[in-house]
Design a protein around this ligand. Structure first.
Ligand SMILES: Cc1cc2nc3c(=O)[nH]c(=O)nc-3n(C[C@H](O)[C@H](O)[C@H](O)COP(=O)(O)O)c2cc1C
Length: 173
């Protein structure tokens, strides 16, 4: 059983959460490949049991060219992701015979701020016939460029362990 984690990240926060999720998966014996979205394969091999897709919430959903350009203007250093976005990659990816997925995102913690890149990605994948193995998760940053709020890395490790357990129940059923 193996997973492929494809992430998009402007300032590094979603990437840091992705690394924590990988540690959670590894603690439960699940190996996952980890790839930035512009480097991700367009066709998934049958060895990929579950796709994990992750990205930052931009303008209430998945990033677009315009929001990525806004992020680039704000970045003090370079961007982690400077090419293709998750939205565009998902639109073209070809899954395995039984494509399964999970998604997570990062966003700022503000009351009544709706929208989630993870939920938008999940909707896009479900419409394409993929099955979701675990509800989408959101991890919070304190401002546009981060940092992650205290405890979010540990929460992401726990979510990785939950995902491992959901993968085991779905795949061994
Ligand atoms: C152009 C732009 C639009 C954003 N829109 C939202 C939004 O609608 N809701 C939200 O919670 N956060 C929003 N954010 C904050 C991002 O979610 C935050 O920058 C991201 O979680 C940081 O993760 P990253 O370092 O992996 O890019 C926005 C950020 C940018 C740059």
């Amino acid at each position: 059983m193996s997973a492929l984690l494809v992430y998009e990240s402007m300032f590094g926060n979603t990437k840091a959460v992705a690394e924590a999720v990988l540690r959670g998966l590894a603690a439960s014996g699940i190996e996952a490949d980890f790839v930035e979205v512009s480097e991700a394969p367009r066709v998934l091999g049958d060895d990929v049991s579950v796709l994990i897709a992750a990205g930052p919430t931009h303008a209430f959903g998945l990033s677009r060219d315009r929001t990525r350009a806004d992020a680039a203007k704000q970045a003090i250093g370079g961007l982690v992701s400077s090419g293709l976005g998750l939205r565009e990659w998902i639109a073209g990816v070809k899954g395995t015979a039984r494509p399964r997925f999970a998604t997570f995102d990062t966003k700022v913690r503000r009351p009544r701020l709706p929208g989630s890149a993870a939920r938008a990605a999940a909707k896009q994948l479900r419409r394409r016939g993929w099955s979701q193995v675990l509800p989408s998760a959101t991890f919070y940053v304190s401002g546009t460029q981060g940092p992650l709020l205290p405890g979010e890395i540990e929460r992401a490790e726990r979510w990785g362990r939950e995902l491992a357990s959901a993968m085991s129940s779905v795949l061994l059923a």
